[in-house]
Design a protein around this ligand. Structure first.
Ligand code: FES
Ligand code: FES
Length: 162
């Protein structure tokens, strides 16, 4: 007989969760529907828009392309976890200051991607910021204000006033 569900143990935002999941359930759906972590959004559902961006074992991934079952034994962080830890407080403030969001649908994914960019490349050029964000779509802002916000945070973290 084919098993249609499996038990997983996933560390989500520092808390260990053990639960049965449907074999076909995507990680972002598991987080949203079973754990009520609705900060990660679902847009295209095929890996294009970046709305579902999550961090798994320290790297950003598409939550719509990964099954919950594949996250068994792994560490997953969502926008809620990053926001609560204070890790992205300066990015959140800069997005507000610069009007880098309108509807906000893309914003959690943008913030996770920006956090990874600044962790790996603390002083990116505007072109590098745009390239890193190329997998995150925004229907509202035209991207300029998002790039401004990330560039401002990079400069502040380097001790330069903007
Ligand atoms: S919903 Fe996952 S990339 Fe669009
Ligand atoms: S703010 Fe609406 S999609 Fe980016």
């Amino acid at each position: 007989m084919i098993e249609r569900s499996t038990e997983v143990t996933i560390t989500v935002n520092g808390e260990v969760v053990t639960q049965r999941v449907e074999a076909r359930q995507h990680l972002v759906d598991f987080l949203r529907e079973e754990l009520q972590l609705t900060g990660s959004h679902v847009g295209c559902e095929h890996g294009v828009c970046g709305a579902c961006t999550l961090r798994v074992e320290g790297r950003i991934v598409r939550g719509c392309l990964m099954l919950a079952a594949q996250a068994d034994g792994l560490r997953v962080e969502t926008i809620e976890g990053l926001a609560e830890s204070g890790e992205i407080a300066d990015l959140q403030a800069a997005f507000l200051e610069r009007n880098a969001l309108q509807c906000g649908y893309c914003t959690p994914g943008m913030l996770l991607t920006a956090a990874e960019l600044l962790a790996t490349r603390p002083c990116p050029s505007r072109a590098e910021i745009r390239a890193y964000l190329s997998g995150n779509y925004c229907r509202c802002t035209g991207y300029q204000a998002i790039v401004d916000a990330i560039a401002a945070v990079a400069a502040r973290r380097q001790g330069r006033l903007t």
